[in-house]
Design a protein around this ligand. Structure first.
Ligand code: HEM
Length: 650
């Protein structure tokens, strides 16, 4: 070490005549240094190995906080090994400058030695501000970092190859939104993970959600490419997963103005009202005078399936292969398949059989949707011919009774779009709307019904509805305005059970500082709306279902209040909010107006297993069976018609 210090002083002949370096053996310095280095190599390798062994045998279990503070436990080798293990820091480092003072007896011409080593990439950069750490005779006094001192958010240590997948899948809840909340409890509301190959951050507080989805929305509005979804949507030609760009902008605008806007939601009201009335009849029939508990989950799902089919395609398919393949598409869209975390290993999708399964599902959808589009195009041409009074395409632009396919064909035929619509993009958008519009709404109603098995909430909701609609035989959208308690029940349901608990993943398109941490470009951003809805600092008694918490509160779910974001926020916000809420409100009003509900066999809500299954939309694992006591409109004045309930199958 002394000898190293002496040559590092820079008073050697070769330092003044750099060209001498190429002269073999000039002033003997090179060979001297090489000898020194070889000697140090042996000693330092041994030292590093000993430290590594100590860390591996338990010293490595130190908590992050302990490691970061200058607590006298770590020496310099420990610090550097810890940073090396935490590979996340490699991504943002430019260089690490260590200036080392070696206080030793030196030639009198040199009062002390200050040697600066500059380590190039990928030496990891420490997650600390410029800071002095004294360790025996060595002092790190400067540490240059990019991004003005910002570093990555905290997170658990990464393992080679799998990164933090073990933190998600081993020893924690099997449901990603639960596991991620547990991690947020340890690492805070913004933490960093490497999921396989994918650098990710997880957002678990309203404040950080606001920063990501509002302040820096332009940075975080892209979507990661999820292979299964990409194949299933003909190369992400849909709206939900297509990359930010002109195509997405155009299709989002079309979805908001032509497909799901207020005018269109109003235009679809007759489909909604007819189908909900049909469901009421079907429940009356299936309850067999109250003898059979009803599988309400199935009924609700079928209803939303019919409604979306009719609004999208103008017709309705029974539950068959295509519906099944749409449902399976929803499962893979969750983006938590382990293969999604190894994008460079696409061939694994092939080996696992996932790719061929998705291709099979897509081929099946291809056949059916090609046929649907061809039929609609034929009808479009006939309508154009029928009204060809010289007006051409304008004559068929009457939007009455248009379903989604009609609208998209009209826009395709009309031309003039920045990004032309093709049959393939129509198919991708249809799959999107079907997947996004069915399960999401049906699980919301299912959770609402389940939470209303709390008799206090149920009777309060029913008495407001029955009071407001007293004597009505037909209920329409217009009757729903004043149903404030029902609206609070829906908000509370979304708070505790957001249909898509982790929203749809986002991806950053450039480096960005959030809450004083740097989030590099191409980081996957997961917003845990489920954890935010249960945040202890935001909500009082967050685990309880209390719709009254919204009394007199302005909080709603339209993307302005980041404590409640079941539909997301910012430019990627769900365009189907009005459509979904119109369906959900009408259905719940009918269910509560026409029937009294209870759990079969004297069960209470707290007896139910609330376990969930993960997919794009998260439903309860078990289907919900309920018993209905039916009311006829005429009975609302004169009292209830009792329908006995006997059998229980749960
Ligand atoms: C309860 C019902 C629904 C819930 C909870 C829901 C939730 C969501 C969420 C969380 C997102 C991602 C937002 C973000 O990244 O910030 C989303 C996007 C989307 N939703 Fe919904 N949704 C529902 C119903 C619907 C319906 C009925 C449709 C259409 C028929 C629909 C179509 C879409 C589309 C196209 C996107 C992608 C938007 C984009 O990426 O720009 N959703 N939805």
């Amino acid at each position: 070490m002394k000898a190293t210090a002496a040559v590092a002083g820079g008073f050697n002949l070769v330092d003044f005549y750099p060209w001498l370096e190429s002269v073999p053996g000039a002033d003997g310095l090179k060979s001297k240094i090489q000898k020194l280095r070889d000697y140090l190599d042996v000693i330092l390798d041994k030292t590093i190995m000993e430290h590594r062994q100590r860390i591996d045998s338990g010293g490595g279990e130190r908590r992050r906080d302990d490691c970061e503070c200058d607590d006298g436990e770590e020496d310099l080798v420990d610090v550097l090994l810890r940073l090396q293990a935490d590979a996340t820091h490699c991504t943002s480092i430019r260089a690490l400058h260590l200036q080392i003072f070696i206080p030793t007896k030196l030639p009198s011409s040199m009062p002390s030695i200050a040697v600066t080593f500059t380590f190039p990439l990928p030496i990891p950069i420490p997650p600390l501000q410029t800071k002095t750490i004294k360790r025996s005779s060595i002092t790190i006094i400067s540490c240059k970092k990019p991004h003005h001192g910002h570093h990555l958010p905290p997170g658990p240590a990464k393992l080679p190859l799998i990164g933090n997948l073990h933190n998600l899948f081993i020893g924690r809840s099997p449901l990603p939104h639960h596991a991620l909340r547990e991690l947020a409890d340890e690492y805070g509301p913004l933490f960093h993970l490497r999921l396989g190959e994918v650098p990710s951050v997880v957002v678990s507080s309203p404040e950080i959600a606001r920063e990501v989805m509002k302040t820096h929305d332009h940075v975080f509005a892209d979507r990661p490419r999820i292979l299964a979804v990409d194949i299933g949507t003909w190369g992400s030609q849909d709206i939900a997963f297509c990359p930010l760009g002109d195509y997405w902008r155009q299709m989002k605008r079309i979805s908001l103005t032509e497909l799901l806007g207020a005018r269109k939601v109003q235009a679809f009201s007759s489909i909604r009202e007819t189908e909900v009335s049909n469901l009421v009849d079907s429940i009356r029939r299936s309850s067999h005078n109250g003898e059979n508990p009803i599988n309400i989950s199935e009924k609700i799902y079928s209803l939303f399936n019919v409604i979306i089919c009719k609004t999208a395609f103008g017709t309705h398919w029974e539950e068959d292969d295509i519906i099944q393949s749409m449902r399976e598409a929803a499962q893979v869209a969750g983006g938590f398949h382990v293969l999604d975390f190894y994008p460079s290993l696409e061939f694994l999708h092939g080996l696992s059989g996932l790719k061929s399964k998705i291709l099979r599902m897509r081929d099946h959808k291809d056949v059916i949707l090609d046929r649907v589009i061809a039929e609609h195009k034929q009808r479009f041409v006939q309508r154009r011919r029928g009204c060809d009074g010289g007006g051409g395409i304008d004559d068929v632009e009457s939007e009455d009774g248009e379903d989604f396919v009609d609208v998209l064909i009209r826009l395709e035929e009309g031309g003039g779009l920045q990004c032309p619509i093709t049959n393939t993009s129509i198919k991708a958008v249809l799959v999107d709307l079907f997947v996004a519009g069915t399960d999401t709404s049906s699980v919301a109603v299912e959770w609402a019904m389940l939470e209303m098995m709390n008799p206090r909430v149920l009777s309060k909701a029913q008495s407001q509805i029955r009071q407001a609609l007293k004597g009505k035989n037909a209920i329409t959208d217009k009757d729903l305005q004043g149903l404030t308690y029902l609206k609070s029940v829906i908000k509370e349901t979304f708070r505790l059970h957001p249909s898509i608990p982790l929203l749809i993943p986002r991806e950053s398109n450039q480096d960005c500082v959030v809450s004083e941490y740097i989030i590099p470009a191409k980081t996957r951003v997961i917003v845990n709306a489920w954890a935010i809805g249960r945040d202890l600092e935001t909500w009082e008694d967050p685990e309880s279902f209390v719709p009254e918490r919204f009394d007199g509160s302005e909080i709603d779910f339209k993307g302005m209040h980041f404590e409640l974001i079941p539909f997301g926020a910012g430019r990627r916000i769900c365009p189907g909010i009005s459509y979904a809420i119109a369906n959900i409100e009408l259905l719940l009003t009918h269910l509560l107006y026409w029937f009294d509900w209870k759990l079969p066999n004297g069960l209470r809500a707290e007896d139910l297993d609330m376990s969930e299954v993960f997919g794009l939309a998260v439903a309860r694992k078990d289907q919900l069976y309920l018993v209905a006591k039916s009311y006829e409109a005429k009975d609302l004045d004169s009292g209830s018609v009792e329908m006995e309930v006997v059998k229980v199958e749960c």
